[in-house]
Write a protein that binds this ligand. Structure first.
Ligand code: FAD
Length: 349
């Protein structure tokens, strides 16, 4: 008889862990409270690793690299080509100072990873790859193989794959993990995970970010084909392609109130003005969504994946990079579940 896993949280982490468990022979049920507080709903969907490298974050870079390497198999498992939004990334600098920022990141990458695929690009090469770019970028890098997913299409494909695998999806908020059925319970409720485990999750905090969605109109230039991560006026701004437009993100600042997902005017204004300089054709796009989300951050920047007690595990705190990190987390969760099963089999033998 298959053992039962109950997952609390149907964001990127919960659903990817649930699918791994279902594929591993577990009977799976997922409780989810809907998209309103879900970071994965608003995210850009970048599978960031090389483009997310910052000095001092060696462990996060290694975890991201290991998880991003698992993405091709997951995408193949889902079998929906429209989940893939881009295959490669361009780092684009607006000025010499912005260029120095990327040079430092790439030097850091080269010191940590054996052979990161980051090739220096002149302004001409950047514009040949993306003709819609501004005329005068100060150079940058091509990150081959560093792509993005359409996050909403991903969530839909995961739910469809889980249903096809016999999992039960229950659209309900859980208040007490002890009250849900299942041999094992995985709390993967993003920022809300802290309230679902005894003693909370010390250090779990939120970083808010404005993020916009724009659709191409009949008179617009096409959206970019690459993820464009730019450093512009010493601020980060990115464009992530979608089938009919793009996602423009994202600001990042401490969220003092974890219920506040109202976009602030200043963040939206900065994003739009930087992006319209970076990719001037954006001016004719339709602004279809203005949103803000809260990234669930851990104290050390690494996902919190651990066992709480004999029945309850937690996977939370995936920060600014949680979609990219989710397959790595799913592998860790499967290890924890298998260890529990083996030790129970030993004690009943
Ligand atoms: C603006 C922005 C841009 C981002 N861009 C990227 C990006 O480009 N690439 C990337 O990798 N990451 C990105 N992220 C980060 C990423 O979105 C998060 O790290 C990731 O979504 C975390 O996944 P999660 O499943 O842990 O949490 P969430 O996605 O927040 O999902 C948690 C789920 O749990 C459910 N839930 C909560 N409480 C309960 C309960 N009590 N009972 C039942 N269900 C419950 C919620 O309804 C929700 O569906 C971005 C985040 C933001 C805010």
């Amino acid at each position: 008889m298959a053992r039962e896993l109950t997952v609390i949280g149907g964001g990127a982490v919960g659903l990817i862990c649930a699918l791994s468990a279902a594929d591993g022979g577990w009977r799976v049920r997922v409780y989810d409270d809907g998209p309103g507080r879900r970071a994965a709903q608003v995210a850009g969907g970048m599978l960031g690793c090389l483009g997310e490298a910052h000095p001092g974050e060696e462990a996060l870079l290694a975890a991201s690299a290991a998880s991003v390497a698992r993405w091709p198999a997951l995408l193949q498992r889902l079998g929906d080509p429209a989940v893939t939004a881009a295959e490669n990334t361009l780092l684009v600098a607006g000025s010499a100072a912005d260029r120095a920022y990327f040079d430092e990141s790439v030097a850091f990458l080269r010191g940590v990873l054996p052979a990161p695929d980051a090739a220096e690009q002149t302004a001409g090469q950047l514009r040949a790859a993306e003709p819609g770019l501004a005329r005068t970028p100060a150079g940058g890098y091509l990150l081959t193989g560093e792509g993005a997913v359409d996050n909403r299409r991903l969530l839909a494909a995961l739910r469809a794959a889980l249903t096809a695998a016999g999992a039960e999806l229950i659209d309900e908020r859980v208040t007490d993990p002890a009250a849900v059925p299942g041999d094992q319970v995985l709390v993967a409720a993003g920022l809300d995970s802290a309230g679902l485990v005894p003693g909370g999750l010390p250090g779990l905090r939120g970083e808010k970010g404005e993020i916009l969605r724009l659709a191409r109109t009949a008179w617009s230039v096409p959206p970019p084909r690459h993820v464009i991560r730019a450093r512009w006026h010493s601020r980060n701004v990115y464009l992530v392609p979608r089938e009919d437009g793009l996602v423009l993100g994202a600001t990042q600042y401490e969220a003092l109130d974890h219920t506040d997902r109202a976009p602030q005017a200043g963040g939206v204004a900065d994003l739009l003005s930087d992006a319209c300089e970076l990719f001037p054709g954006l001016r004719t796009y339709e602004l279809t969504e203005v949103a803000a989300g809260i990234r669930p951050m851990s104290a050390d920047g690494l996902p919190i994946v651990t066992r709480i007690d004999r029945r309850v595990l937690v996977a939370a705190g995936h920060g600014r990079n949680g979609i990219a990190l989710a397959p790595g987390t799913a592998a860790q969760v499967m290890d924890l579940l298998c260890t529990a099963t083996e030790s129970e089999e030993r004690s009943s033998a």
